[in-house]
Design a protein around this ligand. Structure first.
Ligand code: GDP
Length: 314
């Protein structure tokens, strides 16, 4: 049986609390009136360092751990640095889980990504598609690390009866995103590219691939709400998808972001750059059955993320 708790009574360690996902979770926890929330900047704690991670977590003694720490990146970073994406993520998640186990933490949420599913998975992708076929090559290093994390969660449930769970979000965006054009995901890259082209008066903007792959985009505050709900209600060895239930071609996203930014030039497609997975729409019936639905429309989410970019990066 899953132990019940009130947010006001618990101390939560959010690994990766400064990242896109972690910072949204911290905002949601504070709104929920969490007893205490702890996080360490990467300059204070390198989660790849096993000893340092054990020391930090055993001194902090949280009641709940949320693992939102990962080396993440868009299609280029992922396919260019498979060594770092596999090694760093395995180290980070294994150290966090082993340290949590060592001090007997019974509630832990591990976050992965929709790229764990096979490239040719039936759409929309159900949780049961995991491990049923080959991965998309452009992000398989990251996916392999996350898949081993899901199995490590499951192993702790089986061997030690832990109430640990994992959740797999779709492509995320929002305030605090990475806008570096070499390493970012597509939505922040579009915000930056179209904004800079508008400011410089460039007649056209070149983006990657053919524009035909389809993606779904979930605002990170919707994911954070899902994480809090799952920690109170979900307790299964099977991972759970967190998505919008709706996707669009990258071409349509480009037009939507260009319009939101106010860029009126033309968009060119560089098909020498990879398209990646043709489609990865998540089946969200499992999380919807628990009562969670996304609240932030793509139009509102893009508008507010653009405002955040203007205030923080532009
Ligand atoms: P993915 O979902 O793992 O493939 O990650 P991305 O968000 O990096 O890329 C999604 C899709 O957007 C791919 O088909 C990319 O080729 C396409 N795309 C188009 N322009 C860009 C860009 O400027 N940056 C990124 N990251 N992707 C782009």
């Amino acid at each position: 049986m899953l132990p019940e708790f009130a947010w006001g009574d618990v101390k939560v360690y959010v690994a990766g609390h400064n990242g896109l996902v972690g910072s949204a979770i911290v905002r949601a926890l504070k709104t929920a009136g969490v007893g205490e929330v702890i996080g360490y900047r990467s300059s204070e704690l390198d989660l790849r360092d096993r000893e340092a991670t054990f020391t930090a977590i055993s001194e902090a003694k949280p009641d709940i751990v949320i693992d939102a720490a990962a080396k993440v990146g868009g299609i280029m970073a992922n396919s260019t640095y498979p060594v770092e994406f596999l090694r760093d993520n395995v180290l980070i998640q294994t150290n966090i889980m082993d340290a949590a186990h060592a001090i007997d933490i019974d509630r832990l949420l591990f976050l992965g990504s929709s790229c764990i599913y096979p490239r040719a998975a039936t759409q929309p992708i159900r949780e049961s598609s995991l491990m049923t076929g080959p991965l998309e090559p452009t992000n398989q290093a990251y996916a392999m690390a996350k898949i081993s994390g899901i199995f490590y969660i499951e192993a702790h449930r089986t061997e030690y009866d832990r109430h640990w769970i994992s959740a797999m979000p779709t492509n995320l965006y929002g305030p605090g995103d990475n806008f570096d054009l070499e390493t970012s995901h597509v939505l922040p890259a579009f915000i930056r590219r179209f904004h800079e082209a508008k400011v410089s008066g460039a007649p056209s903007v070149t983006v990657w691939g053919t524009g035909s792959p389809r993606r779904e985009f979930l605002h990170v505050d919707d994911l954070a709400a899902a994480c809090l709900m799952l920690l109170q209600k979900y307790d299964s060895h099977e991972t759970i998808n967190v998505g919008l239930g709706d996707d669009m071609p990258i071409k349509e996203l480009a037009e939507t972001v260009a319009a939101a930014v106010g860029y009126e030039g033309t968009i060119q497609w560089d098909s020498s750059k990879p398209d990646g997975m043709p489609r990865k729409l998540l089946d969200t019936s499992r999380i919807n059955d628990l009562g969670w639905f996304p609240q932030i429309s793509l139009a509102d989410g893009i508008a507010s993320t653009y405002q955040w970019y203007l205030a923080n990066n532009a």
